[in-house]
Design a protein. Sequence first.
Length: 120
Amino acid sequence: MEEKDLEFFKNHLIKWLAELLANADKTVEGLSDSQEKLADTIDRASAESDRIWTLRIRDRERMLIKKIRQSLEDIDDGEYGICEDCGDDISIERLKARPVTSFCIRCKTKRESTEKLTGT
């Protein structure tokens, strides 16, 4: 992969990471602010449902943050854009669609097919 491509992905990943971390900070602030007492049972149930939904989203984002950090490490180590399974280069188009991927489209498709067959 060319240096300009690596720089593009590094900048993109850093920006994405900053946005996710800012969202996480807002969630923590929002959850601590929303501990108010709601008199109405329906309002409390709705607020709790919203809180659970927000936490589920943030948990998914936590996993994404981990993948972004790993991708940034891979860039620094010279391993970014190399498929973990076959060792071939991952296409630029695939990396643009999913910058945190660690598998080429062929290996990912093969893994998904295996998961469907085995149910894992």
